[in-house]
Design a protein around this ligand. Structure first.
Ligand code: NAI
Length: 368
């Protein structure tokens, strides 16, 4: 088994001697840029994993890493994940990511973000950045003062959650088709963990089709709203993994599929928006052994990336949703590949992604 895109930072450290070029070479990253600007204390790393399909796109994470090695490992892992995500979604984008090392609560953001913008600009469009953990739309505006290679600024593609939720809804239907031979969700029950931007919108799509929807959130107001507006049934946040439903849709946190939760699951399908749902790559095997169908997170939640891509290529919301709807057929393809190659769905998704990257990289250039 290859170490999939779901591999955690700990797994990367376990499996590597963390010398800089060992780390960069391990997953064939193309380029890593370290930039330091002492005038404002900016320390940033930009990683481009693979640009065979197009410019490497991925957000800027602002985080107080314990060490420079931790920051490097994180940016490499996240950049690689973006290659897989864009490739399997059928977008003409490569995979990249950047990190700024420091306390993301700082109020002295302008110079740090502008320094980062200059670093992005120095790559001449090989890398395009966006918002991520610890950065905001306002930060993108500062970055945009130094480079045009930034997406998600105020007044642009906007909140990606409705497109993400729609893609997840289509993905759940594909899973139902695969598991039950019928993608009609009326009469099916879905446990939605997290009634936030994506979870609420997903619950709406599901209840519109007549599904019974349970919701859990640590924010009681959000649960109440889902119950009042959509007719959902409230579940305590601690009971999510014990609920007797057909489908679990994780839409809150990562690493929720782990040694503690997997043995207690009563569902047939796991299909939700949360990033990095598997605590470790090996948990995909545990889920498969339990006979549960797992929709790999980066396949089913690609609607967010599709929404950002739409900003670059000028798609309408309707066009973005049509692209997100294709997650249905992509997932069926992933499940078929998993069956034919005898691997987990997570591994199959990684293989499908790399097949597309390799095929495009092999295309002949012709002289015009
Ligand atoms: P959000 O912050 O709007 O919603 C998350 C919700 O989960 C919040 O209501 C929060 O109170 C709740 N929550 C936190 N811990 C919880 C727990 N232990 N149990 C139950 N609920 C808990 O975030 P959003 O945008 O809805 O994203 C949800 C997930 O989907 C995240 O993992 C995000 O990374 C992922 N995602 C989101 C995309 C988007 O377009 N917003 C795109 C792709 C992935």
């Amino acid at each position: 088994m290859t170490q999939g895109v779901t591999g955690t930072a700990e797994e990367m450290i376990e499996q590597t001697n963390p010398e800089v070029f060992d780390l960069i070479g391990r997953h064939n990253h193309e380029q890593v840029l370290f930039t330091y600007d002492p005038s404002c204390g900016y320390q940033g790393i930009i990683a481009i994993h693979d640009s065979s399909l197009g410019p490497a796109l991925g957000g800027t994470r602002f985080w107080n890493y314990a060490s420079d090695a931790d920051a490097l490992i994180d940016v490499l892992r996240l950049a690689r994940g973006m290659t897989y995500k864009a490739a399997v979604a059928g977008l003409n984008l490569g995979g990249g990511k950047s990190v700024i090392i420091g306390d993301n609560r700082t109020t002295h953001r302008e110079m740090i973000m502008r320094a980062h913008g200059r670093a992005v600009e120095s790559l001449g469009g090989r890398y395009i950045t966006a918002e991520d953990v610890g950065t905001s739309v306002e930060d993108m505006t500062f970055i945009g003062m130094e480079t045009e290679h930034v997406v998600g600024m105020a007044g642009k593609s906007g909140d990606p959650s409705p497109v993400t939720a729609y893609g997840v809804y289509r993905g759940i239907k594909a899973c139902a088709y695969r598991k039950y031979g019928d993608d009609d969700l009326s009469g099916r029950s879905v446990m939605v963990q997290g009634a936030g931007h994506v979870g609420f919108s997903l619950a709406q799509d599901l209840t519109d089709e007549g599904a019974k929807v349970f919701v859990a959130d640590i924010d009681g107001d959000r649960v109440q709203q889902a119950c009042d507006d959509l007719g959902c049934e409230a579940v305590d946040a601690d009971d999510v993994f014990d609920v007797d439903a057909d489908i679990l849709a994780p839409c809150a946190l990562g690493a929720i599929l782990n040694d503690e939760t997997i043995p207690t699951l009563k569902v047939d399908i796991i299909a939700g928006a949360a990033n990095n749902q598997l605590a470790k790559s090996r948990h995909a095997d545990d889920i498969k052994e339990r006979g549960i169908l797992y929709a790999p997170d980066y396949v089913i939640n690609a609607g967010g990336l599709i929404n950002v891509y739409s900003e670059l290529v000028g798609w309408s919301l309707d066009r973005s949703k049509r692209k997100a709807a294709e997650i249905y057929t992509t997932l069926l393809h992933v499940f078929e590949l998993a069956d034919s190659e005898g691997v987990t769905s997570a591994e199959a998704a990684d293989r499908l992604a790399m097949q597309r990257v390799d095929a495009v990289a092999r295309l002949h250039r012709t002289f015009i």
